[in-house]
Write a protein that binds this ligand. Sequence first.
Ligand SMILES: COc1nc(N)nc2c1ncn2[C@H]1C[C@H](O)[C@@H](COP(=O)(O)OP(=O)(O)OP(=O)(O)O)O1
Length: 177
Amino acid sequence: MNNSQENFDFKNCTTCYLIQENKVLLGFKKRGFGIAKWNGFGGKVDSNETILQGAIREMQEECNITPTKLKFVGLIKYTLPKLKMIILSHQFIISEYEGSIQESEEMRPQWFEFQNIPFQDMWCENHIWFGDLLKQNYFYGEYTMDGPEDLYSSMNKIVEREQLYQLQKQLSNRLLE
Ligand SMILES: COc1nc(N)nc2c1ncn2[C@H]1C[C@H](O)[C@@H](COP(=O)(O)OP(=O)(O)OP(=O)(O)O)O1
């Protein structure tokens, strides 16, 4: 963190993508932050839970399923200068789950073919790292932006698994599991 970011709020968030047979489940955000954009499912990690517990809870709340097989694949640090906020988003791929997918008051779920991702209706930085996510590469990114269309700087790199876990320990004040 540089000096000008010392008084920024810091939030741990999760974002989860259910992947099956070259399709990914996205949710259309019906309210709040990122409204009217397609995104993975997730949200803020509560103070009494690990990152993984937060990821599972958000899936239950937002699309009614309980993930049983999750892979931690990515870490994205978003700096939002106008909101004076840093969001560290822990990215997961889900390959197995229990329950039936249902719409919630926050998200409308829909399957998308890998070839047909609706980037035009997603946060604009998504197209930079989404290919790595779908290939299940481990990746780390940093983005400075003030909203879904306002991207000021970007960095994305593929990392080794150990490097990703190391970065998670360094950047997050919370345990993964
Ligand atoms: C800043 O750029 C972002 N880009 C993308 N693609 N996704 C983002 C960005 N910033 C946050 N996100 C993701 C991280 C989380 O998955 C959600 C945040 O969800 P929300 O703020 O709605 O969190 P909840 O805890 O569900 O909110 P409520 O307290 O309103 O239920 O967006």
